[in-house]
Write a protein that binds this ligand. Sequence first.
Ligand code: ZN
Ligand code: ZN
Length: 400
Amino acid sequence: MCSVGDDYQENELANHMERLDIKEVKTCNKCREKIPNVLLRRKDGYCKSCFLNGTEHKFKAFLGKHRFIKKDEYVLVNYTIGHPITSLLSFLRSGINASTPKQLKFNPIVLYIERNFHLNYEQRLRLLEQIQQHVREFNFPIYFTSFVQYACHSNIDFKTDYREITLNTNDCEEINKLYDSNISPTAQMEFYKQFEHRLLLESAKRLGCQHVFTCDLAFDVASQILTNVSLGRGSHLQMDIGVCDARDPNVTLIKPLRVFDIKELALYNYFNRLEPLVIKEQQFDPYLSVQNLLTNFVQNLQVNFPSTITTVVKTGDKLSMDKEIWQNKRCELCLLPIETQNGKFTSAEATEFSHWISTHPPDPKVPAIEIYNETIGATGKNARKYCFACSRISDFLIKQ
Ligand SMILES: [Zn+2]
Ligand SMILES: [Zn+2]
């Protein structure tokens, strides 16, 4: 019998399993009276009522601290299937119904962007029906819109009844016509993300909303930070991962759940008997794209070193954007300001320069100064229309 192997397995198990040792935490951390029902961060035990009050308070405290939303404004809530949206709708409903001074005084409108091409027609329709039913349980208005119609035909149509939304069996082929078949999965995922982002902003404007709520958790923010740096979006990091994305002067994108982790929200839903919708996910290959790779990396961090997620998020929060950059021209895809040449090369421009030089061998007959000017002109050409990271996607876009 190999004892080394056994030890290894036991240690591995100890790393992966969070021991829910309620005996060690004898009373609730908050009321100091009741027996704890929940153990958070491996050490903080809470009774059911303190946990539920604390979770709702955390949400309201986040909104209260940042004071994004004024009285009677409209907020578009981006519906994404799972536990987070279920908790978010419940937080909003109980906050609006509250009769305390901390009552939420804005008007949420839910939007569902349909892009389930991987399901068949019946499954897609059934899912839309379930979403409509789910949102109606919280008594909020819901609109449906089609990602394909927007991406392929620049058409944004809102439907209040799920049966009216256009679902074509060839939606997948339609969307594939937009880009070159050689597109990498990384660029394809970025393409979806940027288009969805634009569709959200545009929908908010058309539906008269001044803000958008998304369902990103601390985990999503940590994955996004590492993905952005890897994809050359480091200079725009603050807009993608920050509390508030203000790239559009009229609509702000807010992540009100970025202070939560999935365990808190799943338990909140469980205690409140709230059933989230489930969807057949596409197979997750961790090595398919940069985004998947980093999501998988952060997933492993969450299991083995949960506090690292908070460290990554807090480090990201300390990074800020250069204020002067906002005067620059905006990228046509992500709408963020493009870094320009100012005597020195930015890292994006240096990469662009080096790529151009290595793919265009110099002609010995042409004077060096001409080669230099040609190179600078060629590398600056793409950067004028798109930021560095978007220029990587634009190379594959057929309709520009
Ligand atoms: Zn308690
Ligand atoms: Zn861009």
